[in-house]
Design a binder for this molecule. Structure first.
Ligand code: NAD
Length: 415
């Protein structure tokens, strides 16, 4: 039976890449485990005055190549192992796009959908107080992730700057533009993913103007729905889903109308003219391009055989289990792995840190151009490794990322 513990999956991926690179055991152990882990028990007063306890983590997986970098999730299913896995994937992601950062991640086990704005602010500030001694623009730089956003970052940055007594905008990224955020960050993850799809289509002849489907209609999914058409010259969006439902229309959806419907009603469900489908069915539709943009472990040994998409662009972190990877590879499906496909967000976060460090900001066109260059180069480096090593795409991306991190660990004399 396949294991769906994301951290075990992440460790298995390191072992596989390390084997291909002939790394020694000490290096492998170093790369399999987070370098630092912080666990916090936060106490926050709810609006009615009752105190509530929240379990939270910040994990710095590897900081050999630069400050740890990665988002903060607010999610009821968060555990130390989900955060460890996500932190590990950030290490490989920053290495694959070759930016001078390491990997980190944070999370709070909570149910943000049932909390008021004031409760979320108090929780964000409590978390910032807890992590303050352990972060900073040269140490570890958080950002938003699932169910957190620029407003969350603004509260956390304000709390952090109050504690340290000076401005340090580069300590958090994906902040609102007016307090040190960058142009082009909100759609950077989706833009990066769509750029990698463009490269795959140009290299292998897939047709982006045919059909596509998106699982998860949040920040990454919504923006991908629009950018796919805009950057690839067309395409028919036939299915989307969010936590409340999955919908299908063979005639195609207008992404902008879907976004408006979700804004108004809180879900894509019941969009006029759509047919509801079971959640799992979306992944198995006969589409040219599939974007998983929700959560981990959704493509498994149980459904991989039924997947018909020609290209899978993993905007979500860790959507595919190792066994499913092998099945997809055998079926000839072109997987653009998460550590490459969803690296646009952290790349523009890095651009934000650079701009914050000299308090001088670029225009949107410059951000887009630089992102395009980074992602295009990363795509071709990974696919060169794929051809050379004759492995599946995630292994190729891991080989690129792990080799870069291992080299720096050696140079530093750690192993
Ligand atoms: P988000 O919170 O904005 O959106 C998540 C979406 O997934 C929501 O629409 C939610 O309803 C949906 N969802 C949750 N459970 C679902 C289910 N079982 N089936 C279908 N949909 C479901 O989060 P986001 O920022 O868009 O992140 C989505 C994924 O992309 C995550 O894996 C995240 O780690 C990854 N990612 C995001 C960024 C970024 O910059 N936002 C960067 C890299 C990777």
């Amino acid at each position: 039976m396949e294991s769906y513990n994301s951290f075990k999956v992440a460790q298995e991926q390191v072992e596989e890449a390390a084997k291909l690179l002939n790394l020694d055991r000490a290096t492998i152990e170093l790369l399999k485990w987070p370098q630092r882990e912080y666990k916090f028990t936060l106490h926050v007063k709810m609006d009615d005055g009752t105190p509530k306890i929240f379990h939270a983590w910040r994990i710095q997986h590897n900081y050999a190549r630069g400050p740890a970098k990665g988002g903060i999730r607010f999610h009821p299913d968060e555990t130390v192992d989900t955060i460890r896995a996500l932190a590990s994937w950030m290490t490989w992601k920053t290495a694959v796009v070759d930016i001078p950062l390491g990997g980190g991640k944070g999370g709070i086990c909570c149910d943000p959908k049932n909390m008021s704005e004031m409760e979320l602010e108090r929780l964000s500030r409590a978390y910032a107080q807890a992590i303050a001694p352990h972060i900073g623009s040269r140490v570890d730089v958080p950002a938003p992730d699932v169910y957190t956003n620029p407003q969350t970052m603004a509260w956390m940055m304000d709390e952090y700057e109050t504690i340290i007594g000076r401005h340090e905008p580069g300590a958090f990224t994906d902040k609102p533009k007016s307090i040190g955020g960058t142009m082009g960050r909100r759609n950077a993850t989706a833009r990066g993913g769509v750029i990698t799809v463009r490269e795959a289509c140009n290299t292998y002849g897939f047709d982006p103007t045919k059909t596509y489907a998106i699982q998860g209609f949040g920040n990454a999914g919504q923006r991908a729905s629009m950018l796919h058409k805009k950057l690839l010259g067309g395409g028919k969006l036939v299915a989307v889903s969010d936590s409340k439902g999955a919908i299908f229309n063979s005639a195609g959806f207008d992404p902008t109308e879907l976004v408006q419907h979700k804004l108004k009603t809180g879900s894509v469900a019941n969009f006029p003219g759509s047919k509801p489908i079971p959640h799992g069915e979306l992944l198995e539709l006969d589409v040219e391009i599939l974007y998983p943009a929700a959560l981990e472990n959704v493509i498994t040994s149980e459904n991989a055989d039924n997947i018909k998409a020609k290209v899978i662009c993993e905007l979500a972190n860790g959507p595919t289990t190792p066994e499913a990877d092998r099945i997809l590879f055998k079926k000839g499906i072109h997987v653009i792995p998460d550590i490459l496909a969803s690296a646009g967000g952290v790349t523009v976060s890095y651009f934000e840190m650079v701009q914050d460090s000299y308090s001088y900001f670029w225009n949107e066109e410059t951000v887009h151009e630089r992102l395009d260059k980074k992602l295009m180069a990363a795509y071709h480096t990974v696919y060169q490794a794929l051809k050379e090593k004759k492995v599946h795409p995630r292994q190729a991306a891991m080989v690129v990322g792990v080799a870069r991190v291992a080299e720096v660990c050696k140079l530093r004399g750690w192993v």
